[in-house]
Design a protein around this ligand. Structure first.
Ligand code: GUN
Ligand code: ZN
Length: 444
């Protein structure tokens, strides 16, 4: 073992194992190699160099004993151009899209707007402890390319793509089908699996009403050919479902649009999935299609709530998404509590909330072999948290696992996040040079 190659992060480590199991190592050490991979995660045995037999050696220790270490948070669904659209009251989804969202997305033809919004967007993700995100940009190829450049510089892990819309969209955002496909394919070739796999491409047909079957079928083929992702929305409101029925009268339900086009599959993530039959959930599970569950957004737009029990009993994998800008918060902790609040009959216990925001999200993005918890060999994506930022009187050492997770879930926000690491590298919140400094504490 060469000197200077392994770093140990010593602190209290809470590591999600499954929806019901969590490991709590009160004096733990997370050992990370120079490639940013996890070598081990276990109790600290007071054995820095020289090493005792049978212990995992490390060359340098970062002392985080008053802090908590958890895996980086995974936001499975949000919209970069909608950052400043948060909190704009709208009557219904389709109304809100027309009045606020489409105009904001149109502004992305100007790269100065993309640069300004994009830099603030990635900074806020880092400040809120999101280390991996599934991101929608706009229909603009240049805007999407620029967003990838910003994600690269920021250091975050991202699955991202250019929105595609070739029907029922306003002038200025409606694309010619072939043009949309060509530009998306070029972006995928340029960005999919770059920066050591940190950046990935997602073909992003917005939702069934704005996409022709012709477009969707080609997306299905492209995703197959390239191994890239597909992300879209499904069954967010009953009104949307009616639109889909009107546009695709021969298809029996919303999910069949994705099946028919070849867009269903393990690397497809569909936002919302609220108004669906048990048979649709069954077919989602059968095809391995995932759900991004966005409870804050569903509250905000009064869309409804995803029936988590039915989704789970069908065996569909799902993770959490802020769905900014219908989601008003950039924090996955907010999403965790709303995942609980929106389930009227079942309860999302704190260990499950942590799972959904980490390993569950990793599974949703087909990244469970790489991120989501501290299994050896995975990438060292982790957060250093200070729970005293919730309230100064809390002492980490005095709290049980459930108390810590409960605090984070119900009262956590960006303030508790001291540092975020991706692949063993600490993210610099000022990596993207923002002209106008966002005041501290303004990042919820
Ligand atoms: N459905 C189609 N587009 C959107 C969007 O931008 N936000 C939400 N919440 N739902 C959508
Ligand atoms: Zn969305």
């Amino acid at each position: 073992m060469k000197k200077g190659k392994l770093t140990g992060y010593r602190g209290r480590i809470i590591n999600p194992i499954s929806p019901t199991e969590v490991e709590d190592i009160r004096d733990g050490i997370l050992v990370v190699d120079i490639a940013g991979k996890i070598v081990s995660c276990g109790p600290y045995k007071g054995d820095g160099p020289p090493f005792k037999k049978g212990t995992v050696p490390f060359d340098k220790v970062v002392d985080l004993r008053r802090h908590l270490i958890i895996p980086g948070l995974v936001d499975c669904h949000l919209h970069l151009p909608q950052l400043d659209c948060r909190g704009k009251h709208g009557a219904t989804l389709l109304d809100w899209l027309k009045h606020y969202i489409f105009p904001a997305e149109m502004a992305f033809r100007d790269l100065r707007v993309v640069d300004d919004v994009g830099k603030r967007f990635f900074k806020k993700l880092v400040l809120n402890g999101t280390t991996t995100a599934g991101i929608y940009v706009t229909v603009h190829e240049k805007a999407t390319d620029h967003a990838f450049k910003l994600a690269k510089a920021c250091g975050i892990r991202a699955v991202m793509g250019k929105v595609m819309m070739d029907q029922n969209a306003p002038e200025g955002l409606k694309e010619e089908t072939r043009w949309s496909l060509k530009q998306s394919e070029m972006l995928s070739e340029k960005w999919h699996c770059t920066s050591g796999g940190r950046l990935r491409y997602a073909f992003t047909p917005r939702f069934a009403p704005t996409c022709s079957m012709d477009l969707l079928k080609e997306v299905g083929k492209l995703a197959q050919k390239t191994g890239a992702y597909v992300q879209s929305h499904i069954a967010e409101t009953a009104e949307e479902n009616e639109e889909v029925k009107r546009i695709y009268p021969k298809l029996p339900d919303a999910f069949s649009v994705f099946e028919e086009s070849g867009c269903a599959g393990p690397k497809t993530i569909l936002g919302h999935a609220i108004y669906m039959s048990d048979d649709e959930y069954r077919r989602m599970a059968e095809t391995g299609t995932k759900i991004a569950h966005c409870p804050t957004s569903n509250f905000f737009l009064k869309s409804g709530w995803m029936p988590a029990e039915r989704v789970e009993s069908a065996g569909v994998t799902y993770g959490l998404g802020t769905d900014v800008g219908a989601g008003t918060s950039m924090s996955l902790f907010t999403e965790m509590r709303h995942a609980d609040y929106t389930q009227l009959r079942a309860s999302v216990v704190p260990a499950k909330a942590l799972y959904l925001g980490t390993l569950g999200g990793a599974k949703t993005l087909s990244m469970e072999d790489e991120i989501g918890n501290f299994a050896p060999g995975k990438c060292a994506d982790f957060l250093v948290l200070d729970i005293r930022q919730v309230d100064y009187h809390y002492r980490l050492s005095e709290l049980t696992t459930d108390e810590v997770l409960s605090l984070l879930m119900y009262r956590g926000d960006g303030r508790v996040v001291l540092d975020a690491y991706v692949g063993g590298k600490k993210l610099d919140v000022d990596a993207l040079k923002i002209d106008r400094r966002v005041p501290h504490g303004f990042h919820f």
